[in-house]
Design a protein around this ligand. Structure first.
Ligand SMILES: Nc1ncnc2c1ncn2[C@@H]1O[C@H](COP(=O)(O)OP(=O)(O)OP(=O)(O)O)[C@@H](O)[C@H]1O
Length: 273
C-alpha cells in the first residue's frame, strides 16, 4: 500500500475528482446500471453532502470513492492518484455502528486498532486515542465496551476512530440514520465542529434534505437511476451554524425548498439521459 502523503493538500486545492464514473452491477439477467455518469470535484477542506432518491446509487458512489468497488468505467482520483483499492488517508463512518465496532474490544481498543495497522507507534497511539475520545466527549469511558453504550455514544466511538486516524478525507454513509432525533442533532453539530477544527475534507451521504443543507457547503443532488448529477447546490449559509437559528432562517428555508424540489424531480425521472 502506498504511504499516506504526510500533509493534507492546502485548503481549497483539488482533493477528489470523480470523472465520468459509470457502474454496472453484473447480475444473472444482464446487469443493473447503478450509476450512468457522475463527474464532480471536491476541494480540500470542503464539506459536501450527497442526496438523492432511494436506489440512486449513493452507497455505490461511496464504495467507488473508497476503492471497495471498481468502477465499470471512469475514474476516481484522490490527491492526484487514481483509486484502485482503499486509499491511505481516507476513513469511513457507516450508518450501522453496531456492526462497525468490535463488541469484544473496549472503546479505546476500537479506536486504536486502525492506528496499529497504520504503523503508528505506541505513545503516539495513546495520544491520538485520548485526544479523539476527548474530542467526541467520551474521555471518561475508554474501558467500556460498545454494547454498554447508547447508540449515539457508539456512533461517537466510530467517529473518534475515524478522526484518530487523521484522515485527509472522511466519507460518511448515512451516519446518523440509526439514532434518535436529539442525538442526531448533537452528532451533526459534533461533526461540523470537528470538521472546522481539524480541516478534514468531508463527503456525507444522507436521505435527510434538512441535514444536507444544515451540514454542507454544497449539496450534490443525484438523479434517479441510472444516475447523473442533477444539481450541485451551493449552501451560502453563515459558516457558524446552530440548530435553532440556522434552521429557522429564511435562507435555510429557501435552500431546503430548492433541494426538496430537485429530489422530487429526481424521483419523477427520467433525467437528462
Ligand atoms: N451488489 C449489487 N448487485 C446488483 N445490484 C445492486 C447491487 N448493489 C446495489 N445494487 C442496485 O444498484 C442501485 C443503487 O444502489 P445503492 O445501494 O447504491 O443506492 P442508494 O442510493 O444508496 O440507495 P438507498 O438510498 O436506498 O440506500 C439499486 O438499484 C440497487 O438495487
Amino acid at each position: 500500500m502506498p504511504a499516506v502523503p504526510d500533509r493534507r493538500p492546502p485548503t481549497g486545492t483539488p482533493m477528489l475528482r470523480v470523472d465520468a464514473l459509470h457502474k454496472v452491477y453484473g447480475t444473472a439477467d444482464g446487469g443493473v446500471e447503478a450509476i450512468r455518469d457522475l463527474t464532480f470535484e471536491v476541494r480540500a477542506g470542503e464539506m459536501v453532502c450527497v442526496v438523492g432518491p432511494s436506489g440512486a446509487g449513493k452507497t455505490t458512489l461511496l464504495r467507488c470513492l473508497s476503492g471497495l468497488l471498481e468502477p465499470t468505467s471512469g475514474e476516481v482520483v484522490l490527491e492526484g492518484r487514481r483509486v484502485h483499492g482503499p486509499p491511505p488517508g481516507m476513513a469511513m463512518v457507516f450508518q450501522d455502528y453496531a456492526r462497525s465496532l468490535f463488541p469484544w474490544h473496549t472503546v479505546e481498543r476500537n479506536v486504536e486498532l486502525p492506528l496499529r495497522e497504520k504503523g503508528v507507534g505506541r505513545a503516539e497511539r495513546r495520544r491520538l486515542v485520548g485526544q479523539s475520545l476527548a474530542a467526541v466527549g467520551l474521555a471518561d469511558v475508554p474501558t467500556a465496551y460498545p454494547w454498554q453504550l447508547s447508540g449515539g455514544m457508539q456512533q461517537r466511538v466510530a467517529i473518534a476512530r475515524a478522526v484518530a486516524y487523521e484522515p485527509h478525507i472522511l466519507l460518511m454513509d448515512e451516519p446518523f440514520a440509526a439514532v434518535d432525533a436529539q442525538t442526531r442533532a448533537d452528532l451533526e453539530d459534533l461533526v461540523r465542529e470537528l470538521w472546522h477544527r481539524l480541516g478534514i475534507t468531508l463527503v456525507l451521504v444522507t436521505h435527510d434534505i434538512d441535514e444536507a443543507v444544515y451540514l454542507g457547503q454544497r449539496v450534490l443532488v443525484l438523479s434517479g437511476r441510472p444516475t447523473v448529477v442533477l444539481a450541485d447546490v451551493a449552501v451560502d449559509l453563515p459558516d457558524r451554524r446552530d440548530q435553532r437559528t440556522t434552521r429557522s432562517s429564511e435562507e435555510f428555508a429557501r435552500l431546503r425548498a430548492r433541494v426538496y424540489d430537485l429530489v422530487q424531480q429526481a424521483r419523477r425521472g427520467p433525467t437528462n439521459s
